[in-house]
Design a protein around this ligand. Sequence first.
Ligand code: PEP
Ligand code: MG
Length: 572
Amino acid sequence: MSSLLRGIAASNGIAIAKAYRLVEPDFSFEKKAIQSPENEVARFQAALATAKSELEQIRDRAGSELGADKAAIFDAHLLVLSDPELISPIEDKIKTENVNAEHALKETADMFISMFESMDNEYMKERAADIRDVTKRVLAHLLGLQIPNPSMVTEEVIIVAEDLTPSDTAQLNRNFVLGFTTDIGGRTSHSAIMARSMEIPAVVGTKTVTESISNGDIVVVDGLKGEVHINPTPEVLEEYRKVQADYASQKAEWAKLVNEKTVTADGHHVELAANIGTPKDLKGVVENGGEAVGLYRTEFLYMDRDQLPTEEEQYTAYKAVLEGMKGKPVVVRTLDIGGDKELPYLNLPKEMNPFLGYRAIRLCLEQEDIFRPQLRALLRASVHGNLKIMFPMIATLDEFRKAKAILEDERNNLANEGIQVAEGIELGIMVEIPSTAIIADQFAKEVDFFSIGTNDLIQYTMAADRMNQQVSYLYQPYSPSILRLVKMVIDAAHKEGKWAGMCGEMAGDETAIPLLLGLGLDEFSMSATSILKARSLIRNLSKSEMEELAAKVLEMGTTEEVVEAVNATISL
Ligand code: PEP
Ligand code: MG
């Protein structure tokens, strides 16, 4: 049956393909007495054999597509499935207790898992995780369920998930994933940000998409309107194909601006930069005419793996980005882990309020063994292009000074080792905590630039979790309170002859752009796919008119009034 769901338009474009549910199946079952233990053991062995051959296939494909280290994970799982110390007790339990295989498997595996987990030994803890994983696979076969594995899809699909963690998103096979849609999340959740950098349409925050879609349904993800159409009628499908084609020709129009400067109708130049997560995203930056990389989120280098990246690995990635941008500015943000971006291998304690907790610069200043290799890698890479370094989540001047001192220390160490480092690397901060915006005048005396991180600045100013649907009505980029903070930061930078950019999602937002232009923002950093549209908009605006508009809205009391004023001034 055809149906329509509404959500949040997280990444532009229209995608049409079959659904692939990335949803854990329901593993619940009941303990049962069985008639024939022999038959039950045979049923268990059959499930075991299917799980093994499935794992062998996954391992082989992982080996050829993802590399030997990923394949090794599945070798470890195969070993567990052949281990008599695990398998025999399960079969014994079926025979001696006359219970179903599901129960015997779960009880035995849980016993081993809790035994290994209680050991104070990382290796044994990992074995517990392996047992948990393979048990699920065998249990799935006993129950006739399928476990999703998105890295292994071999046809074009739309991923349907409750949410996608940054590491889920990083594992998606870009050749086959045409779009995605989720139950939860907003425009600034990381899954949305990744969708934009992968240039695939996405609709998030639909609340019920996982309940509404089955594997194989035909799904249209309308990332322009924020709608998901399930099994549309041929007529509706035809309409979407037309919208898809219109969007493609609109994009072709914008594409003509790829080598143009971003200059307003009255001759004021601003810089349109791109936010990237990996060196792979550079292609999109170049294709979309990015004048710089305004935010390189380095945390993706640390994700989807089981240990920290080495200094050398980091150096290679930073060098690739700097060289790829051919001398254009590249702002690299140091590790911003925590919040919704977890690194399981760091074993950080679970926190009540991760967004207010031990994250980003707070963690780096305390764990210098993590911070220093990144700074060294950055300094070494600096000779390959136009590097600027930026610290995330700075709340106090003291934090900035400490981070800068560590950077200077590493610069000296490299000099003593005879390793070359570029001169005059600009050093800036993200302004994403209100305390920093409020004393931006003090910071401006010590930093070379600001980049306003509105994704966090809005959540901290409004005290509204950026991931929480329930309070999303408070997440108001055009609120006069946010605009006043943005103005304070820009004015403070300019007073000291410094530049101010913005790398939060607001910088690429059509309603915000006229206001930010009027407030004097120098650099707008956004998803690469938003750049050409933004350029087309800015070229039609007059800076002096936008200054008048900005002055007017700063005196307003509500978001609604601001949006109305913008709409009355320009027609989007
Ligand atoms: C921000 O907070 O605006 C930002 C750009 O950083 P992130 O989205 O990675 O937290
Ligand atoms: Mg942030």
